[in-house]
Ligand binder design. Structure first.
Ligand SMILES: Nc1ncnc2c1ncn2[C@@H]1O[C@H](COP(=O)(O)OP(=O)(O)OP(=O)(O)O)[C@@H](O)[C@H]1O
Ligand SMILES: [Mg+2]
Length: 373
């Protein structure tokens, strides 16, 4: 039997507030492997922090079980769990020096002062902040304080590090640098990271796997690529990146995981069926990423064909130059519009098509996914 580092089994967490019940976490089951960088991603209030607090032991589940390294955590208080938490607001002790902050937890565990000091300074080196041990937190920048918070958590060598929006208070540039460093650090130390963020780009660039949450539910768990390329629900497709949605009717399911859909504007296309598509679904949505759509002149000899190309007629309704790319708005008729994003490879590209011009739009059928409405 495989033992996972962290296992959540059918977890429900409800809070009573002013006579009503809030279900913050709704039947969540997930298995997180040893050494994995696992991101919990979702909008504000979706239950990310609550999930983290349940793992840490700051909250008890209403029902369901938390296991860490195969061991059930019921009745085990937070300070006896092999996890450590890094919060967004650092939570450093202001009156202690950096070194004392990092040593604190070790000394609480009975590690003698000399050994604790040595480990504290090793941890400071690990987060690339040597030589600041004697300073007080307020004498450091925000990014440096966050590194100290990280060192303080790492020094205790937890099996799992829980991070709740740890870069949330930093400015964009510093945040990008820290994303890089955190990822490298995680690879070096090999500790399992469970990382909460509402920033999809952060999750995509850092995580081995992402769980997308909404309203307490874990909607989809997968690698960044799986989540981006094969979103299983409308919510996930919409939350991660930009997506076109075209309403349609599912006419037929073929055995190869594809189906034929009559789009609201008329044409019938082939597209990949989402794994999560309801078995009785008729009214559906077809999702296509803007960068997967190509544009050609109306006279181009392109046809929907056996090779899995979908070609539709459209009118260019608008274009927007955004530096690296140009975004084109394409009217397909009956009020259906698509956005296509084309890279500006040469400086002629951004002026290639004019508003009002009839064009052909095309994509590979594997780029279009049929989702529930
Ligand atoms: N102690 C509590 N008492 C009552 N309701 C709570 C409590 N803690 C959380 N909630 C509610 O549970 C839901 C999930 O909250 P949670 O803090 O887990 O969200 P989150 O995903 O971390 O959001 P954010 O991105 O804003 O930090 C929210 O509706 C919140 O109001
Ligand atoms: Mg939160």
């Amino acid at each position: 039997m495989t033992t996972f580092d962290v296992e959540l089994v059918d977890i429900v967490k409800e809070f009573e507030s002013r006579g009503s019940t809030v279900r913050a976490v709704d039947r969540v089951s997930v298995e997180i492997a040893d050494g994995e960088f696992f991101a919990l991603l979702g909008p504000s209030g979706c239950g990310k922090t609550t999930t983290l607090r349940l793992i840490a032991g700051f909250e008890q589940p209403t029902s369901g079980r938390v296991l860490i390294r195969g061991r059930a955590m019921e009745g085990i208080p937070a300070y006896h769990r092999p996890v450590n938490t890094v919060f967004q607001d650092y939570a450093l002790f202001p009156h202690l020096t950096v070194e004392q902050n990092i040593m604190f937890g070790l000394q609480m565990e009975g590690v003698d002062k000399k050994a604790a000091r040595k480990r504290a300074n090793e941890a400071l080196e690990q987060v690339r902040l040597p030589g600041v041990g004697a300073r007080k937190p307020h004498q450091l920048s925000g990014g440096q304080q966050q590194r100290v918070a990280l060192a303080r958590a790492l020094v205790k060598q937890p099996a799992v590090l829980l991070l709740d929006e740890p870069l949330g208070a930093l400015d964009l540039k510093l945040r990008k640098n820290m994303q890089f460093e955190l990822k490298a650090l995680q690879r070096d130390v090999g500790i399992t990271f469970i990382y909460v963020t509402h920033d999809q780009e952060e999750a995509i660039t850092m995580a081995d796997r992402i769980a997308v949450m909404n309203e307490g539910l874990m909607l989809q768990v997968g690698t960044p690529k799986e989540i981006y390329e094969h979103p299983e629900t409308h919510f996930v497709a919409d939350f991660i990146g930009e997506t076109n949605f075209i309403p349609g009717m599912l006419l037929e399911r073929s055995g190869d995981g594809y189906g034929r859909v009559k789009l609201a504007n008329g044409p019938v296309i082939r597209a990949q069926l989402s794994h999560a598509l309801g078995s009785a679904a008729r009214a559906v949505t077809v999702a296509i990423r803007p960068e997967r759509i190509g544009i050609a002149a109306a006279s181009a000899s392109l046809d929907s064909d056996e090779d899995g190309l979908t070609v539709l007629e459209a009118v260019l309704a608008g274009s927007q130059y955004i530096g690296t790319d140009t975004r084109y708005r394409l009217a397909l008729g009956e009020g259906v519009e698509l956005v296509a994003r084309l890279q500006n490879v040469s400086n002629r590209d951004s002026a290639a098509y004019e508003v009002g011009q009839p064009v052909k739009v095309y994509w590979g059928e594997s780029s279009a996914t049929v989702l529930d409405q």
